[in-house]
Design a protein around this ligand. Sequence first.
Ligand SMILES: Cc1cc2nc3c(=O)[nH]c(=O)nc-3n(C[C@H](O)[C@H](O)[C@H](O)COP(=O)(O)OP(=O)(O)OC[C@H]3O[C@@H](n4cnc5c(N)ncnc54)[C@H](O)[C@@H]3O)c2cc1C
Length: 284
Amino acid sequence: MVIADEGFPGTVLLIRSAGWDVTHLDDHALVTVQAGHEWDQFVLGMVELGYSGVECLSGIPGAAGGTPIQNVGAYGQEVSETITRVTVYDRDEGEVRTLTSEECLFAYRHSRFKRSDRWVVLDVTFRLRADPLSAPISFPELARRLEVPPGERVPLAAAREAVLELRRRKGMVLDPGDPDTRSAGSFFTNPLVSGGYPSNAPAWPMPNGVVKLSAAWLIENAGFHKGYRRGPAAISSKHTLALTNPDHGTTKDLLGLAAEIRDGVLDRFGVTLHPEVVLVNCTL
Ligand SMILES: Cc1cc2nc3c(=O)[nH]c(=O)nc-3n(C[C@H](O)[C@H](O)[C@H](O)COP(=O)(O)OP(=O)(O)OC[C@H]3O[C@@H](n4cnc5c(N)ncnc54)[C@H](O)[C@@H]3O)c2cc1C
């Protein structure tokens, strides 16, 4: 989230519900976690209990109830793969409802909840395999770090540790002593395009004939290197997609840097980058 310097004319809810319930079935478990529970503590708990399916989502800051909003994902896993239902308060109808995974309309870094004021997520239910091994490791960088071929499964704790180590190297685990972690995570999503992109750009085919491009590659090749500064705002020195605020700048400063990057990529490659962050009372 990036919030306007002048704030937001409305009420903010800070959800503090915590804890989870496990229903253990034959080879899997249904685990319902309260929306306010710290996400990474939940992931650690599942790894320790031997439930497989969220281990690659270790180290992502925030609460469990935030994860369905943008279908949180990293290192080859997304919460949409394991979420079976989400309990919400529907502000339009004034009632508590249970939405199935299909009804959540999950997509890449998106769902029906993102940028909507209608829903308050109350709890989230995951279907996790009762298995001491991880889901198949699909992300090449993670497989290399674990020294296994892609598709191999590894002990849950090994997957978690490897993910945390890779994330720390990129400044993607919150650390008060590391100004590179003072960010909102990835500022832009990887763009989905149906044509008209540079032939040497890394591209992954997706359903419906579109390809996913690497936003980091486009940004770097448009001339914005790690550590690039514009006033008090800077690209992280460890991760091209994280826009940081090392010098107590304003939202205006941060959005100035984001706009310069977006326009630079558009000029150079004709590809429009879209923010992954939710902008509150401000625009890019
Ligand atoms: C260093 C860093 C690394 C990150 N890495 C990743 C990553 O690897 N993958 C990834 O997907 N994201 C990543 N993120 C982004 C962020 O951690 C996730 O989006 C996370 O889910 C945000 O949770 P939160 O509780 O902080 O939500 P907030 O940031 O407080 O809110 C985000 C949005 O969700 C809404 N929201 C939150 N909770 C609820 C609720 N209970 N009901 C209704 N709406 C709600 C808010 O209104 C807001 O619009 C990263 C962020 C940082 C700072």
